[in-house]
Design a protein around this ligand. Structure first.
Ligand SMILES: Cc1cc2nc3c(=O)[nH]c(=O)nc-3n(C[C@H](O)[C@H](O)[C@H](O)COP(=O)(O)OP(=O)(O)OC[C@H]3O[C@@H](n4cnc5c(N)ncnc54)[C@H](O)[C@@H]3O)c2cc1C
Length: 299
């Protein structure tokens, strides 16, 4: 059986790390999933003027301060990216490349991806369109796969898929340098639409077309209801109340993923509220298992 955490926090941006710090202060057993640079949006911000106490700070500098705070509190980031999270009734099952983690409460702090989905993306999701190439790579053994890559992780995924698929195209959406296996064909063009009949047939780009059996779109964050089936989403944001509770019991959300304004202090305040309410939820459940109360009492 896998080890069960009190709270799993998905996303290491300002919202996720604030949630982690507050849950740790309350002595909870936590796991924080995210990235070494914490958040691209934080790392890349050229100058921040509305972060109280740090007028004019660069995002990179602020990220370093956040990192130091996590280190001082012995909070480690697990550099893994949950692919699917399932509400199992009294806990959450977090799947990562076939591995399983369990947590009683969940905080989603995955941020949002700017930009609209491509035409056809939602229509063909699960019918050739996917968000996790390594998870589904075996389905495309001997076939043609196109990867639209927004980050460094998409390079690793493309290289892995190229070991199984017959042909891999890579459409880079990032500015940073990358190094791909020699058998991957890079297409420098702008994706426009995904086209098919019962399943994906091709990716239409501004100046070209790629015939493809599968198309993986590897952004920094995936739509939250894809990550957690059953989660209530409205206008692309997770629906929460003032306690940062979602429609799923024991599941909280914080930061850009819950809606505008997209700002650091709003994200961090929500992360704190989410963590404190997740702690209260754990306590109510404990009382319940001692036969004193039930999880929804005393809110
Ligand atoms: C260039 C730029 C400048 C900005 N300047 C300002 C400013 O001056 N002031 C201000 O207040 N705001 C500013 N912002 C907005 C600010 O960056 C966001 O509001 C803030 O980062 C939101 O924090 P968050 O934690 O909700 O999400 P994010 O910072 O987006 O962090 C979410 C993290 O979760 C990760 N993640 C997503 N899915 C998963 C998964 N399945 N598993 C693991 N990890 C996952 C993401 O990759 C990311 O690292 C700026 C944004 C940009 C892009």
């Amino acid at each position: 059986m896998s080890e069960r955490y009190d709270i799993a926090i998905v996303g290491s941006g300002p919202a996720g790390i604030t949630a982690a710090i507050n849950a740790k202060i309350r002595n909870k057993k936590i796991i924080l999933f995210g990235y070494e640079n914490l958040s691209n949006k934080l790392y890349l911000a050229p100058r921040i003027d509305n972060y109280v106490g740090f007028h004019g700070i660069r995002g990179k500098e602020l990220a370093e301060k956040f990192k130091a705070h996590l280190d001082e509190m012995d909070i480690e980031i697990t550099y893994e990216r949950p692919d699917n999270i399932y509400a199992m009734g009294d806990y959450y099952a977090i799947m990562i490349n076939g591995k399983l983690y369990e947590a009683t409460a969940l905080i989603l702090a995955t941020g949002i991806q700017f930009g609209k989905p491509f035409r056809g993306e939602a229509e063909f999701l699960g019918r050739g369109v996917g968000y996790c190439a390594t998870c589904d790579a075996p389905l495309y053994k001997g076939k043609t796969v196109t990867i639209i890559g927004y980050n460094k992780e998409s390079i690793e995924e493309a290289n892995y898929v190229s070991e199984l698929a017959e042909k891999v195209y890579f459409v880079p959406m990032m500015k940073e340098e990358y190094s791909l296996n020699h058998n991957i064909e890079v297409i420098q063009d702008k994706p426009v639409e995904i086209v098919g009949s019962t399943k994906v047939e091709k990716l239409v780009l501004k100046n070209s077309e790629i015939q493809s059996d599968g198309i993986f779109i590897l952004r920094d964050s995936v739509p939250p209801d894809q990550l957690v089936p059953g989660l209530l989403v409205e206008d692309a944001h997770i629906k929460v109340n003032r306690d940062m509770e979602t429609n799923l019991e024991g599941c909280y959300a914080a930061g850009d993923v819950t809606g505008k304004p997209y700002q650091y202090l709003k994200a961090m305040g929500e992360g704190q509220v989410a963590a404190l309410n997740a702690v209260a939820y754990l306590e109510r459940r404990k009382l319940n298992s001692d036969g004193v109360s039930n999880p929804t009492e005393g809110k």
